[in-house]
Design a protein around this ligand. Structure first.
Ligand code: UDP
Length: 330
């Protein structure tokens, strides 16, 4: 594997796992991260870390030149949906405007391939579940819109310049590196499995169940939880595809194609810990759809990628192991 991959947001949750997957596959990696939400210790020592904003064109372009960057994996961005509603301009800046600057640097430096962290939030409330890539895109929050706008930029740029791209639309990412090298470290997490892991390790007293009257079997929300290590592996395979077929670009869902309810997730946590986490039934959060499950037939048909960690208890176990390691770290 020749050349270096520039990973933005490589000090963050998903980015740090992608760095591990790339290094394990034999790639050289340079991370650009401003460490606003990421941690320098989350970046594997085999990678180089440049602490900078992706909007700092001088630094980004110099890094691309100095390191011989052939591809960008772009994870940097803001990801808290309710915050995107209260502060939309932050999201259009960090996710859309900053991406524009990064893409411009990549084009200017002749970087050939671009892999983008997109999201199931681009679909909004789906008309049909499982959701295929060509379903209507009608985001219901600025987060989803800020990501969709970046997808549109990439489409148009790839038509105009010698660069191809893959946009991966993530469903619910959870878990941690099974070897314990990284995990979700962000304080103030809002995601269910992270919250449940915090409850299981005594960081919080209970887990709120947001909504019990959804149109699902047990009334709680259903999501397609994908192990972060599988997600990271999909990026490495996507890069191989972009290199092998430089004329093609792709947009693909990343999920397992099956869903679990909030109750099923909490049951799994209880089984793994052999304890009972207190559940507090509460009202719905604004804008939560009943069910979000990926139609993953496209990624299965396009990449050699196959899920290796499609096991809810395994995802929970890895998330818990990381949570315990974080607690020990203090
Ligand atoms: N959820 C919950 N309690 C929590 C966090 C999440 O009941 O403390 C529910 C949420 O309503 C949704 C599912 O768990 O049905 C997954 O939510 P999460 O925030 O993890 O991801 P999202 O699907 O919103 O991106």
């Amino acid at each position: 594997r020749d050349g270096t991959v520039l990973v933005t947001g490589g000090a963050g949750y998903i980015g740090s796992h992608a760095v591990l997957a790339l290094l394990d596959a034999g790639w050289k990696v340079v991370v650009v991260d401003n460490l606003v939400t990421g941690f320098d210790w989350a970046v594997d020592k085999r990678a180089k870390l440049v602490v900078a904003s992706i909007e700092d064109e001088a630094v980004v372009r110099q890094t691309m030149r100095d390191e011989g960057v052939i591809a960008v994996m772009h994870f940097a961005g803001s990801v808290v949906v309710p915050e995107s509603v209260s502060d939309p301009l932050k999201y259009y800046r960090n996710n859309t405007v900053a991406s524009r600057s990064l893409i411009e640097s990549a084009v200017a430096e002749g970087v050939k391939h671009f892999i983008f962290s997109s999201t199931a939030a681009t679909y909004g409330i789906p008309e049909q579940v499982p959701i295929s890539e060509d379903s209507p895109k009608s985001p219901i929050n600025p987060y989803g819109m800020s990501k969709l706008m970046t997808e549109f930029m990439l489409r148009d740029v790839a038509a105009a310049h010698p660069i191809n791209y893959c946009a991966l639309r993530y469903f619910n990412v959870a878990g941690a590196d099974p070897q314990g090298r990284s995990g979700q470290s962000t304080a103030g997490a809002t995601h269910l499995i992270k919250i449940a892991a915090e409850a299981a390790t005594g960081k919080r007293a209970a887990v709120s169940v947001f909504g019990t009257d959804f149109a699902t079997d047990d009334g709680t929300g259903v999501r397609d939880y994908i192990h972060v290590t599988d997600l990271a592996a999909a990026h490495v395979d996507a890069l191989d595809l972009l290199i092998a077929r430089p004329q093609e670009s792709h947009t693909m869902n990343c999920g397992y194609g099956r869903g679990f309810s909030v109750m099923q997730v909490l049951d799994a946590v209880d089984r793994v810990t052999n304890r009972t986490i207190e559940r507090r039934m509460e009202g719905r959060r604004a804008g939560d759809p009943d069910a979000l499950v990926a139609d993953n037939s496209k990624i299965l048909a396009t990449l050699p990628w196959r899920p290796k960690h499609d096991d809810l208890e395994g995802i929970v176990k890895d998330a818990l192991a990381w949570e315990r390691a974080l607690a020990e770290r203090g």
